[in-house]
Write a protein that binds this ligand. Structure first.
Ligand SMILES: [Mn+2]
Length: 315
């Protein structure tokens, strides 16, 4: 039996499924869990599929996502009779709700480098652009007629954002093959998804314009960085976020990093991006990790950011 068959057989055995995603969720992990929920609901209407912790996310995080409905919080006694499926999360500490431990069994589905091998079953494909790409492949193998419009929407959003609209090097012929099949299902819907996903409010435009003025450059070391004060998020009523993308595609800047304070976690959250150099090792050194060209880290003090920058300069 191949791994897909083993995953399918295990899911079939459970009436209760708990879906988990990663902290600071992006559209790939959210797309994955919402697609999974929609797919399973269509294929097995009697199963109860809960996205654990979804009710803790703010509207801003979910804003651009097509037709999301929160489904209330799950009790511990429910979770401990369920099968857990964790999407897009390389290590256990990063799972959004640590009650994943209560699940009878866990399935991990991910495309990040394998830093933590967890789960009763683990499907990791580092060559996949996104977790959503893997799920499309799994669902297509499982029951392609159940990849209905809603499932396709969620998966498309995840692939689109994780590949930066098919521009990042993680886009492969396999990714495009999946995109072709999704286009067929989505029809004109994909244009609406694009518009909704990438539309900006005037408040956003003003916010990012101000963020841009805070970027510092070290042209000698081809490095850019940014520290976003919490007052700025408050001023524009924005959820704290990395804004690391505002430093991408700058000529002769090869590595860029941002930092902001995360009140909930009581720590400083950082993001590092690169256009060619592997920066994941630096992220790992500072309590983080991720991909070669896109990683995150977490430090207890703002002053430690200097050490991160020195390590990045050495690259
Ligand atoms: Mn992802």
């Amino acid at each position: 039996m191949n791994l897909y068959d083993r995953i399918i057989e295990l899911i079939k055995k459970y009436d209760k499924i708990s879906l988990f995603f990663h902290q600071n969720p992006d559209y790939d992990c959210l797309g994955s869990v919402f697609a999974f929920q929609s797919f399973l609901k269509q294929k097995y209407p009697k199963k109860i599929v809960m996205i654990i912790g979804i009710e803790t996310l703010t509207d801003e995080v979910l804003l651009n996502f097509p037709s999301i409905k929160a489904n209330g919080s799950a009790k511990d006694t429910w979770i401990n009779k369920s099968l857990g499926i964790v999407c897009d999360t390389s290590n256990r500490e990063r799972i959004n709700d640590q009650r994943y431990m209560l699940c009878e069994k866990i399935i991990k589905i991910d495309h990040h480098p394998k830093v933590d091998d967890y789960g009763y079953l683990s499907f990791v494909n580092e060559k996949a652009s996104s977790c959503c790409e893997i799920l499309f492949d799994l669902f297509y193998y499982w029951s392609k007629k159940n990849i209905k419009l809603n499932v396709a929407k969620y998966l498309y959003v995840g692939i689109l954002t994780d590949t930066n609209r098919f521009a990042y090097p993680n886009t492969t012929t396999q990714t495009l093959d999946v995109a072709i099949k999704l286009f067929d299902i989505l029809g004109d819907e994909r244009i609406k998804i694009n518009q909704k996903l990438y539309s900006r409010t005037l408040n956003d435009v003003a916010f990012f314009a101000e963020v841009q003025t805070l970027v510092k450059y070290d042209q000698k070391n081809n490095l850019a960085w940014l520290i976003i004060p919490n007052s700025l998020f408050k001023k524009y009523k924005k959820e704290p976020q990395s804004c690391v993308g505002c430093m991408s595609n700058i000529k002769d800047i090869n590595v860029w990093a941002s930092l902001y304070y995360d009140e909930k976690a009581n720590s400083w959250k950082g993001s590092i991006r690169s256009n060619s150099i592997d920066i994941s090792k630096v992220a790992k050194k500072y309590n983080g990790g991720g991909h070669k060209l896109a990683s995150g880290f977490s430090i207890p003090k703002e002053s430690q950011f200097n050490k991160v920058l020195i390590d990045l300069k050495k690259l």
